[in-house]
Design a protein around this ligand. Structure first.
Ligand SMILES: [Zn+2]
Length: 321
C-alpha cells in the first residue's frame, strides 16, 4: 500500500527516474500505475483497474457483467474508455461499443472461458453490426459471422444481422492509432480481416495505416477462429516489461508506437511548462533555476511514466464525473 501513497503525489516521477526495479516482486515501486506481469496465458496483474459496466460510448451485456472478468491494466482501461468516447462521436452517437471479458481481479487463469486473458492485456470486443434492415444496432450477443454469397459478412443464425464493415474499420483504425496503449494483435477470422483491409484500401486510407492494420489483424492458428468477436491484445509497456511483463509473438509496430507514446508524454510535459524542474529535483534555489533545469532533464522512461500518470488520472477523473 506504500505505493498508493507514492502515486498520490508528483513524487512518482522521481521514483521512475531513480529506477524501476527495486522491490518489484512486492509491487512496491513501479511506474506509478498498474503492472502486467508475465504472459497473456500465464500471468497476473498488480493494481489493475476495473472498467465500469458502462460509460460514454461503451457498455457491457449482463452475461459478461456477471462473470466479473472486467479488470485490466490502466493502459487497457484507458484505451477502451478513450476509444469508446472517440468512436461514439464518429458514429453520430448512434451505437456504443460492447466490451466483453478482460481479466479477473488480479488476473490469473479464467480457464472456464479463456486460455489467455490472464495479465490484463487481453479484451474481447464485439463488432459494429446492423440489423436485417440495415439499421445500426448495439450487438446483444456474440453471433458467428461468415462471408455470404453476396459478399456481406452475415450472421450464421438467420437473424439477417451483418457486420458493419465501415464502422468496424474505423474501430480497428482507432485501436491501432490510440495514444493510450499499443495494440499488438487483433485476433479475428481471416474472412473478416480481409474485408476490413479491402475496405480501408477502397477509401484510400494511408498506406502506413493499412500496413499497421495488416500487421495487427490475425486469425489465430491454435485457438478459436474469432468469427464472433475481436480479441485485442496490448504490448507490455516499457516500464512493465522491466518488471516482468512478457510479450509473445510479433513485435511489428512496437517501436513506432513507443515513439508515438513517448512524444505524447513529452507533449504533455511541454504543456505543463515550468513545473518540470521542481518535479524531478525539488525546487531549485533562486538564481540557479536555469542550470538546475538543464541538469535535471528526465530520461525517456520518466517522461513516459509522467505522461502515462497524467492521462491515466485525467481519465479516472472524467469517469467519476
Ligand atoms: Zn479473447
Amino acid at each position: 500500500m506504500l505505493r498508493r501513497h507514492l502515486v498520490s503525489t508528483w513524487g512518482v516521477t522521481a521514483i521512475a527516474a531513480v529506477g524501476l526495479t527495486a522491490c518489484a516482486e512486492l509491487g512496491v515501486v513501479s511506474d506509478g500505475t498498474s503492472i502486467s506481469v508475465g504472459k497473456p496465458s500465464k500471468g497476473y496483474i498488480i493494481d489493475g483497474a476495473r472498467i465500469p459496466d458502462k460509460g460514454e460510448g461503451f457498455f457491457t451485456r449482463e452475461v459478461w457483467q456477471q462473470r466479473g472478468v472486467r479488470y485490466g491494466t490502466d493502459e487497457m482501461v484507458d484505451l477502451l474508455t478513450g476509444v469508446a468516447r472517440r468512436m461514439y462521436e464518429k458514429v453520430n452517437r448512434e451505437t456504443r461499443i460492447v466490451i466483453a471479458d478482460i481479466s479477473k481481479k488480479g488476473g490469473g487463469p479464467a480457464e472456464q472461458w479463456h486460455r489467455s486473458h490472464q495479465a490484463g492485456r487481453d479484451v474481447d470486443l464485439l463488432f459494429y453490426v446492423r440489423d436485417a434492415r440495415g439499421k445500426p444496432m448495439e450487438p446483444d450477443l456474440m453471433r458467428l459471422f461468415d462471408k455470404a454469397p453476396d459478399e456481406r459478412l452475415l450472421a450464421k443464425d438467420g437473424s439477417g444481422i451483418t457486420i458493419d464493415v465501415p464502422r468496424t474499420w474505423l474501430f480497428v483504425k482507432e485501436l491501432v492509432t490510440a495514444h493510450e496503449a499499443a495494440v499488438q494483435w487483433i485476433f479475428v477470422y481471416e474472412a473478416i480481416a480481409v474485408k476490413l483491409v479491402e475496405y480501408g484500401t477502397s477509401i484510400n486510407e494511408p498506406e502506413a495505416i493499412i500496413q499497421r492494420v495488416r500487421n495487427t489483424l490475425l486469425q489465430p492458428k491454435d485457438a478459436m477462429r474469432h468469427d464472433d468477436h475481436m480479441h485485442v491484445r496490448l504490448y507490455c509497456t516499457p516500464e512493465d516489461r522491466r518488471l516482468g511483463c512478457r510479450d509473445i509473438g510479433s513485435m511489428a509496430n512496437l517501436e513506432e508506437r513507443e515513439q508515438e507514446h513517448a512524444a505524447m508524454g513529452g507533449a504533455i510535459l511541454a504543456a505543463m511548462g515550468g513545473a518540470l524542474p521542481a518535479l524531478t529535483t525539488g525546487v531549485p534555489a533562486a538564481g540557479t533555476a536555469k542550470v538546475s533545469a538543464a541538469a535535471s532533464r528526465p530520461n525517456p522512461a520518466s517522461l513516459r511514466a509522467l505522461g502515462r500518470f497524467v492521462y491515466t488520472h485525467l481519465d479516472r477523473f472524467q469517469l467519476r464525473r
